[in-house]
Design a binder for this molecule. Structure first.
Ligand SMILES: Nc1ncnc2c1ncn2[C@@H]1O[C@H](COP(=O)(O)OP(=O)(O)OP(=O)(O)O)[C@@H](O)[C@H]1O
Ligand SMILES: [Mg+2]
Length: 230
């Protein structure tokens, strides 16, 4: 089977003072839920950015479903990004628009028809538990609800992969656990989830694969029932 994601001898040097990743080799199979942990500055966000081609490797190759994206042309990025939904700590939502409009916007920019938008947006809002907030403005929502909107937006293209970089960094413990349970539900539907987090308790509760990054290198890869060991 072709892995969902593969890193082969990947290094990322931002500049001579900043060697972010060194010789990273690993694979993520379809359907995995993987947590990436490590100290601040270890290279977690860089590793995620290489998966959705926000950054390109300085050396080595990154493969998504067997295709090499390490030198991907910018005109091909929209195709790649349809396979990958991304969720950030700071939500990156359009505050002056409604919940519906925020999710619809992601579909409009990829050329989806009004009919598809009217059909699909309520569906993803239902999945994330926000059906009753479709017409609320973003600034009327709690932090947990905002993160649900950004997960809904990440889901509209029915991606193979969800990348979540510290998605609970701005949330309290109750909302944190809600969001993690939502990511686990999405994973159970078959989507591969890659989560970067500092949250020890959450990683231990998830109890799945844990990759530890230490100063740009993989220092530990616990394939199952992984724990936060730093
Ligand atoms: N755009 C950039 N230009 C130069 N250096 C960068 C850039 N982005 C990250 N770095 C450097 O690369 C290294 C890894 O950064 P990265 O953001 O991947 O760490 P991280 O593990 O996500 O940290 P945190 O837990 O604080 O989010 C750090 O030394 C950082 O300063
Ligand atoms: Mg980071």
């Amino acid at each position: 089977m072709i892995p969902m994601i593969a890193f082969e001898k990947v290094s990322k040097i931002y500049n001579e003072n900043s060697f972010a990743l060194k010789d990273i080799n690993f694979k993520i199979e379809s359907g995995e839920f993987i947590s990436i942990v490590g100290q601040s500055g270890a290279g977690k966000s860089t590793l995620l950015k290489l998966i959705f081609a926000e950054e390109k490797p300085t050396e080595g190759n990154v493969f998504i479903k067997g295709s090499d994206i390490s030198k991907i042309k910018s005109r091909k990025l929209p195709i790649l990004r349809r396979h990958i939904g991304v969720v950030f700590q700071d939500f990156k939502l359009l505050d002056r628009k409604t919940v519906f409009e925020n999710v619809a916007f992601a579909m409009e920019v990829s050329g989806k028809s009004d009919v598809e938008i009217q059909e699909d947006v309520p569906q993803v809002l239902e999945i994330v538990g926000l059906a009753d907030k479709v017409d609320s403005y973003i600034n009327e929502l709690s932090g947990g609800e905002k993160q649900r909107v950004s997960i809904a937006r990440a889901l509209v293209h029915r991606p193979d992969i969800i990348i979540a970089d510290e998605p609970t960094g701005n949330l309290d413990i109750v909302n944190t656990w809600d969001i993690i349970q939502l990511l686990m539900k999405i994973n159970q539907y078959g989507t591969t989830v890659v989560l970067a987090t500092h949250n020890r308790e959450i990683v231990n509760l998830i109890n799945k694969r844990v990759v530890t990054i230490d100063r740009g290198k993989i220092s530990r890869d616990q394939l199952d029932k992984g724990k936060y060991l730093i």
